[in-house]
Design a protein around this ligand. Structure first.
Ligand code: C2E
Ligand code: CA
Ligand code: CA
Length: 514
């Protein structure tokens, strides 16, 4: 699988897992809030209807009491009792009118005195209650009529619809309530109709009075639960969002923190955290920059920049060094593409490889792809292979090195002097460059015996007629000594430390002080 695909997949997987964790509080919270809102609205609807029923019962109790007081007056001449009817209206808080009936005729009313109208007993539910949209006096105003009868005498008490409307409004702030008497329905808007308000209701509830023939029904309009959640649960929404963000971020951080060093390396590879730093190499003969060596760094999200000796040995053991080097070469290509033209033709870019790279021919394609990013001859790619990791010659290595050579890739033996590569070994792999280990360069400053060892190494290297690079050059004295002995290429803190691409290109703009 190509490295980039692996990396994108790993990151996508981590991101999607963290996203799932982030929405979890909301996913759990929404049903919880819904359940809470539903329970609340349901009990509110029930309570509103029950309270309304109780209050209407009380109004009718009052009407019933008033009726009981005036019923004995029925049958008496209107002019004798009209005043008493009016005083009863005055003491009864909800009654608007009190009317007397005798022998099926309404003959006396508190409003107009003597009167004459047939009583329509059939329209009273249970002979007791009638809800009217209006009457002769107030045709547009609902009225509830309570009837009490004994023999052929009766009393009708009119309760003003406004009392009922107030009752429905006060009890049903957000619940829509209706009072039903038989087939007549009164809503809080004051309208009386012969059918209940149409449409489905949420948390529909209906309560009946045990004393009078009426029902109170209530409920919420559809979507009320969601609306309620939106209007009243902002703190909860915010809390779940914050919890989600924290959980998501926490899970992302945890996913970045791998459990074992091996998993950590794999994760870092997927996250593309291995980046190149570059250390310039000087040509001591002409005093120009000759090239760079690429040195891998781990840009760790919490540890910062990790040096290679802390992770390369493990990467080699786990077989991760090959994909890591591939990723590194991609970075180098990106860093140098578009800027290579500013550099001298044939500018050297060194990349450290290991024995693991020499077990198959994959490296050929990687080097070919790398070089294809530059104009022909613009860049010379050098593969540095440490002398401490001797590779055994096989058909594969033979083909590998032959094809690399054809591509113009040069091979360097790194840390020369610390291993034991024989002349035969150097010939077998047709080595181009020897990089003398910095432990020998440090001997310039020490006593004559050690210096003698360095001189031997330099003699041997010179006799092999290979390009020589002195590593770890830290002082002007070392520079002078090495130049005097014909070491052409120098690399070390004396000239420049390893650095990222941006400062490198700044450094390369001015010539080195040799
Ligand atoms: P190396 O290939 O011998 O790289 C040279 C090391 O010497 C670098 O250490 C560099 O920073 C250090 N150095 C350069 N000039 C001086 C100097 O004047 N004085 C001193 N004291 N040190 C100097 P670094 O970058 O820590 O790398 C250590 C080793 O890690 C490298 O040794 C190499 O063996 C390995 N390494 C680094 N990058 C890679 C890589 O991409 N692939 C592989 N396989 N190994 C790598
Ligand atoms: Ca090296
Ligand atoms: Ca070295």
């Amino acid at each position: 699988m190509p490295f980039s695909t692996l990396r994108t997949r790993g990151r996508a997987r981590r991101l999607s897992t963290s996203l799932a964790v982030a929405v979890l509080p909301l996913l759990l919270g929404i049903p919880l809030m819904y359940w809470q809102a539903a329970t609340l609205l349901e009990s509110r609807a029930a309570k509103s209807a029950a309270d309304s029923r109780k209050q209407l019962d009380a109004m009718l109790d009052d009407a019933s009491r008033a009726a009981g007081v005036v019923l004995p007056l029925a049958g008496q001449p209107c002019e004798d009792v009209a005043q008493k009817l009016r005083s009863q209206v005055a003491v009864s808080p909800f009654s608007r009118s009190v009317n007397l009936v005798a022998d099926g005729l309404i003959y006396c009313t508190s409003l107009m005195g003597a009167y004459e109208q047939n009583e329509d007993t059939a329209s009273y539910v249970n002979g007791q209650l009638r809800l009217m949209a209006g009457n002769l006096v107030t045709p547009d105003r609902a009225v509830l009529v309570y009837r009490q009868a004994a023999g052929n005498h009766g009393v009708l008490i009119g309760i003003d619809g406004q009392h009922l409307i107030n009752l429905l409004r006060i009890n049903g702030q957000d619940v829509s309530l209706q009072i039903a008497v038989g087939q007549s329905w009164l809503s809080a808007n004051g309208r009386v109709s012969d059918a209940p308000a149409n449409g489905k209701r949420e948390y529909a509830v209906e309560v009946s009075s045990s004393r009078y023939p009426f029902q109170v029904s209530g409920g919420y309009s559809p979507g009320a639960t969601v609306q309620y959640m939106q209007d009243h649960y902002q703190p909860q929404w915010l809390l779940f969002l914050i919890l989600g963000a924290l959980a998501g971020a926490g899970s992302y951080r945890l996913s970045l923190r791998a459990t074992s060093p091996g998993t950590a390396l794999k994760r870092a590879l997927e996250a593309d955290e291995f980046i190149p730093h570059y250390q310039p190499v000087v040509n001591a003969e002409n005093g120009h920059w000759h090239g760079v060596e690429t040195l891998m760094r781990w840009q760790h999200p919490s540890e910062g920049l990790v040096p290679p000796n802390q992770f390369i040995p493990l990467a080699e053991r786990l077989g991760l060094i090959v994909p890591m080097t591939r990723a590194l070469m991609r970075h180098i290509r990106e860093d140098f593409a578009g800027r290579a033209e500013q550099l001298p033709m044939g500018f050297h870019i060194g990349v450290n490889i290991t024995a693991a790279h020499c077990r198959n021919l994959q490296l050929i394609d990687e080097c070919r792809d790398f070089l294809a990013a530059f104009a022909p001859g613009q860049i010379t790619l050098i593969l540095e292979l440490t002398e401490r990791q001797m590779i055994t010659p096989t058909e594969i290595t033979e083909q590998l090195f032959a094809e690399l050579r054809q591509l113009g890739v040069r091979i360097a033996i790194d840390d020369f002097g610390t291993g034991h590569s024989s002349l035969a070994y150097l010939r077998e792999f047709r080595i181009d460059v020897l990089k003398i280990d910095r432990s020998f360069i440090a001997m310039v400053d020490s006593h004559a015996l050690s210096r003698h060892l360095l001189d031997n190494i330099l003699d041997l290297a010179t006799r092999l007629q290979l390009d020589l690079v002195a590593e770890g050059v830290e002082s002007a004295e070392q520079v002078a000594y090495l130049r005097q002995r014909g070491v052409r290429f120098l690399q070390g803190f004396h000239f420049a430390r390893p650095m990222p691409a941006a400062p490198l290109f700044d450094t390369l703009r001015t010539p080195p002080t040799v």
